[in-house]
Design a protein around this ligand. Structure first.
Ligand SMILES: *Cc1c(COP(=O)(O)O)cnc(C)c1O
Length: 474
């Protein structure tokens, strides 16, 4: 028995042997995030081999041949598991898809100054709920309310966790057990998890649908308004377009009807924007200010879509309505944390100071075509030195994403890559499974790298990773 134990212990490979073999295996490349990775790998291997030794002492049944045959796959598997446990789950990725508000990649990016402000606020105590002048308790919402009012023209403002929460809160505060009238053309689903009918129901409201998918008239609303009507809700159809024979009722028309019959009108604006994109060639979309001006009681929108800030649901409107939102117990459950507030305040200040150039989302959306051309050409030129891939400069289109401007195709320049050996799907996967995941797009047998959504340092990572592709296939 002792003999068998010794035989098995002797069969275990040395730490450095395992490390150098594992280093070569593709399954391990996602862990090669920095210079310290070898050290971590070595630690994990040591830990796994120690575990193997203990196992051998306690259990050495079965044949030696079987033990030997399963040893290596077992080690690989255990090291992978151990490494995964030490790796943080949230990781940087390179978004080369050209989708600016990429839902899977965290939607809007914060401006560097905004991110610095957030980091500062995270590390220090703050006056989150303190009025410094009096030393008394204050409200966390005051930090952004004035700015929001100035930027939107509203009387009052308030912020919750996200826009879905904002809609839920509107329903729960003003329509609990009562009816909410929505046009059939506006029963939106966003990203599969947010559907207007379901959110209304969750908020305790009863949905009353009016009109048809393509046409709804003011008289349709008027016909169903009754004693149980709590409010009229307009939903911005941000992620689809009904084209052709259509009619929708404007917010201003609804407000007029609502005032006549004593029913408040609210709007879920979805990806509300402070900035009028028509000057950049985007189709006309009401800005938040224009929507507020129509006189709605409340308007809600997301913080991390076209606004380009943190995830948040922003509610602006009439003072008495915002006041009632504040006193709802649900508000406490949906409240924003200090880091979100810090990011939102800093982002709003960028707008307040006049420019959209500092907002990454708008910088990407408004990138001039010749700048994109220059950048893509630079990448193509750098990659042409790589003998294992064929690279071309191509015109293509990027998307806004995040359910905003769904029909807009932004002209862009991409670097189109074809592997000289191997499969296109394998190349896409190879890029995705690198030390920093590179997300690309496959189109017509090419892997496309859209420069629109690339950030500083991304070029180098892409060039480096593609340089390893040859080693991979040979
Ligand atoms: C995006 C969107 C929402 C959901 O907003 P979140 O901030 O993701 O919760 C709700 N309504 C509309 C119309 C939207 O476009």
């Amino acid at each position: 028995m002792q003999q068998e134990i010794h035989r098995r212990l002797r069969a275990l490979p040395a730490v450095h042997e395992v490390v150098s073999r594992l280093e070569e295996q593709t399954e391990f490349s996602p862990f090669m995030t920095n210079e310290r990775w070898l050290l971590r790998l070595t630690q994990c291997v040591r830990q796994v081999l120690q575990g193997a030794r203990e196992t051998i002492y306690h259990n050495h049944s079965g044949s030696f041949e079987e033990f030997e045959a399963t040893l290596w796959p077992w080690i690989v598997n255990e090291v992978l598991k151990t490494l995964s446990r030490t790796e943080s789950s949230l990781r940087r990725v390179i978004n080369a898809t050209g989708v600016v508000l990429h839902t899977n990649c965290g939607r809007a990016l914060l401006a560097p100054d905004v991110a610095r402000f957030v980091a500062e606020q995270a590390e220090r105590y703050s006056n989150l709920e303190l009025t410094i002048e009096t030393g008394e308790r204050g409200s966390r919402y005051t930090h952004v309310e004035e700015l929001l009012c100035r930027l939107t023209g509203a009387e009052a403002a308030m912020v919750v966790n996200n826009n879905a929460a904002a809609v839920l809160l509107m329903m729960n505060t003003f329509a609990l057990g009562k009816e909410v009238i929505v046009s059939r053309g506006e029963l939106v689903e966003v990203g599969g998890s947010f559907r207007i009918p379901e959110v209304l129901k969750a908020g305790g409201a009863k949905l009353v649908e009016v009109g048809s998918t393509n046409k709804t008239w003011l008289k349709d609303y008027e016909a169903v308004i009754g004693p149980d009507t709590a409010l009229l809700l307009k939903v911005h159809t941000s992620n689809y377009r009904v084209e052709g024979f259509t009619h929708a009722v404007s917010g201003a028309e609804l407000v007029e009807l609502g005032e006549r019959l004593g029913v408040p009108v609210m709007e879920d604006l979805g990806s509300g924007s402070f900035f009028d994109g028509t000057s950049l060639g985007f189709p006309p979309e009401p800005t938040i200010k224009q929507t507020v001006k129509a006189g709605l009681s409340l308007v809600s929108f997301s913080g991390d879509k076209l606004l380009g800030g943190p995830q948040a649901g922003i509610l602006v409107g009439k003072k008495s309505f915002v006041q009632r939102l504040r006193t709802n117990q649900l508000t406490r459950a949906l409240r924003v944390d200090k880091l979100t507030l810090a990011a939102l305040e800093a982002t709003l200040r960028l707008y307040d100071n006049g420019g959209i150039e500092d907002i990454p989302v708008w910088r990407m959306l408004s990138a001039p075509l010749d700048t994109l051309h220059t950048a893509a050409l630079e990448l193509v030129t750098a990659l042409q030195a790589n003998p294992n891939i064929a690279v071309e400069l191509q015109e293509d289109v990027s998307q806004v994403g995040g359910g905003a401007w769904p029909t807009v195709k932004l002209p862009t320049w991409v670097c189109a890559i074809r592997p000289k050996q191997g499969d296109i799907m394998d190349l896409e996967k190879f890029l995705r499974l690198g030390p920093i995941a590179i997300l690309s797009r496959i189109h017509k047998d090419r892997v496309l790298i859209d420069v629109r959504t690339l950030l500083s340092g991304d070029f180098e990572e892409i060039i480096q990773r593609l340089g390893e592709w040859g080693e991979e296939v040979s």
